[in-house]
Design a protein around this ligand. Structure first.
Ligand code: ARG
Length: 576
């Protein structure tokens, strides 16, 4: 597809204003409204070198631009800005022929296959519930992976299981005290959670119990058969439970190698730290001093010589580099772990790894829940046991969606299946609509509103586009020789085409900033402009010419919405 920004850059470059193309491209802006053009170039920066007021410069430069045979319908200056208006037929021609050519791969790329992006997401903890707090990592990470893959990168999705650490000592100790195998097999996560919570409460009154738990973890690290057997069993039953949620969300991973797997490389890491003179003794622990990074020291071994979370992450990062030669190693993990990842990068840097800078913590804020499942708005903490299970939220969403469908469209075929797609899609959409760094409150009133900025609204727009095409027996083969020059486009049509044109830029920006909400909001805006077009631009009782270009626009909109939803991990039901 033509890159309009590049053309604008070239036009400005050819005016000989002593700026290179890269600088020019950086200065070019997209104006806030289309009356100010499609691209605009501010002349403030030129005023120093050309020794004139920016608006005079803009005026003079405009007079030197030749519009004949160009893609522009107009170029004019507004004060210090040069505004470029691209002819709408040029937009139409480019967008439509590109969508027709690439179809469900529109705006994708295949150039980056030599670059591997490792994405560490979800990374649930064994024997603990997959609660709504985990939803962010799972969904944001999955969407980031999808976007990078679509842009042609080689991606590796890793579920870095939290299957190691003192908490396993606690669960084993609790099991030895109170455990009942049958009960646990019946309701694994709840029962294991109960053991963990009860044991934490016991530790509050009896500090010795903490030592007992530490000893059990120590046994686990030293391959004590009883500890290892129990641990394997906890792991199996927990993973089975998690898998149910992943299946519902259609989230997949390429690797489940987590903390326990990487623990085998800890001795190697310790030796390396030792050889590089980085390990120091401090109060019985082994630490790496990070004062020059303005960070507290990283504790590598505790006084009982157990490894820590960061030790395991150091081993993991090095192993990932060996295994994948990654271009980026992305951790989608809550903001609470900001310090941990700063320390991790600092230790790797101290070890002399210049790839440490490619280890990126993609952080996100907290979720709280306004919900009658709990009665009040509360933050989510596993330790206290007041968790909301993601699975319950998904089930409830599907249930509520079915109620809404029964009111709005009771004769819909396959109601249950559509309710699943819409109910689950709604939860995913709401999650990915929020800027990741912000805390947000999960609220049913927002999630399932068919007229708001929601998943159901976008899915409904997709289903509407689909039904228009079906009703008109739309066949893409009939449009291969379409001529575009003869169309008079109305404003809503032009806006829709420009929205569709933007997809590629949106994907690049979302990937670059690891910010999925840019894509989510874009799809929502796209659905809005499609609905505006739908309301103002009828297809029935029109000339063949108008009918055919409106149908093709509907097709392009449908295709683009579907691509966006799929990248977010949301199904697009054909009917709703
Ligand atoms: N299991 C951890 C948690 O739930 C997240 C792990 C993130 N990944 C990592 N490599 N540290 O807090």
């Amino acid at each position: 597809m033509i890159n309009f920004k590049k053309i604008v850059t070239d036009v400005i470059f050819n005016l000989d204003i002593n700026l290179n193309k890269e600088d020019i491209e950086k200065l070019i802006e997209i104006p806030p409204n289309s009356q100010m053009g499609d691209f605009s170039f501010p002349c403030f920066k030129l005023s120093k070198t050309l020794k004139k007021a920016p608006n005079i410069i803009a005026q003079e430069l405009v007079s030197r631009i030749n519009l004949e045979n160009s893609i522009f319908s107009d170029v004019k200056n507004m004060g210090p800005y040069i505004n470029f208006y691209i002819s709408s037929n040029e937009f139409l021609k480019n967008v439509v022929s590109e969508v027709l050519k690439k179809k469900e791969k529109y705006a994708s790329d295949d150039k980056n296959l030599d670059k591997t992006i490792v994405i560490d997401y979800s990374s649930t903890n064994i024997a603990k519930p997959f609660h709504i707090g985990h939803i962010r990592s799972t969904l944001i990470g999955n969407a980031i992976k999808n976007i990078y893959k679509y842009l042609g990168y080689n991606t590796v999705g890793v579920n870095h299981l939290g299957d190691y650490g003192t908490q396993f000592g606690k669960i084993i100790a609790a099991y030895k005290l109170w455990g009942n195998k049958e009960e646990i097999n019946k309701d694994p996560i709840n029962m294991l959670l109960k053991l963990y919570v009860d044991y934490n409460n016991l530790c509050k009154t009896d500090e010795k119990m903490l030592d007992v738990a530490r000893d059990y973890f120590n046994k686990l690290e030293n391959n004590d058969p009883e500890a290892v057997n129990l641990w394997n069993w906890f792991k199996d039953i927990s993973l089975k439970e998690f898998q149910k949620v992943y299946e519902k969300l259609k989230v997949t991973f390429d690797s489940y190698k987590g903390e326990a797997y990487h623990s085998q490389f800890i001795p190697k890491v310790l030796k390396e730290l030792e050889d590089k003179n980085l390990l120091k003794d401090s109060e019985g622990c082994k630490i790496v001093d990070l004062e020059k990074y303005n960070l507290p020291p990283a504790i590598i071994l505790k006084s009982n010589s157990s490894s820590t979370y960061i030790t395991r992450d150091i081993a993991t990062a090095i192993t990932r580099m060996e295994d994948y030669k990654f271009y980026k190693n992305i951790y989608v993990v809550a903001s609470q772990q900001k310090l941990h990842f700063k320390q991790l990068v600092a230790v790797l840097t101290e070890m002399g790894y210049n790839w440490a800078k490619n280890c990126i913590h993609v952080e996100f804020g907290m979720v709280s829940v306004k919900d009658d499942l709990l009665g009040t708005s509360s933050k989510l903490s596993t330790r206290e046991g007041n968790v909301i299970f993601l699975d319950d939220v998904l089930n409830k969403s599907v249930e509520k969606t079915l109620e809404i469908i029964n009111q709005r469209n009771p004769n819909l075929e396959n109601k249950e299946q559509i309710a699943k797609k819409v109910g689950i899609g709604a939860v995913i959409f709401q999650e990915l609509f929020n800027t990741r760094i912000k805390d947000y409150a999960f609220d049913w009133n927002n999630v399932l509103n068919f007229d708001g900025e929601t998943g159901p609204y976008v899915q409904y727009s997709f289903a509407r586009a689909n039904s228009i095409l079906t009703k008109n027996s739309f066949n893409i083969e009939n449009y291969n020789n379409l001529k575009f020059d003869c169309f008079e486009l109305n404003n809503d049509e032009i806006n829709l085409i420009k929205m569709i044109y933007k997809l590629k830029d949106v994907l690049l920006e979302s990937a670059d900033k690891y910010e999925v909400s840019i894509l989510t909001r874009y799809i929502c805006d796209l659905a809005k402009s499609f609905n505006k077009f739908y309301n103002s631009s009828p297809i029935n009782n029109q000339t063949e010419n108008i009918k055919s270009h409106r149908l093709i626009l509907t097709y392009c909109a449908k295709q683009t919405i579907e691509i966006g939803l799929k990248l977010l991990g949301i199904d697009a039901p054909e009917k709703m």
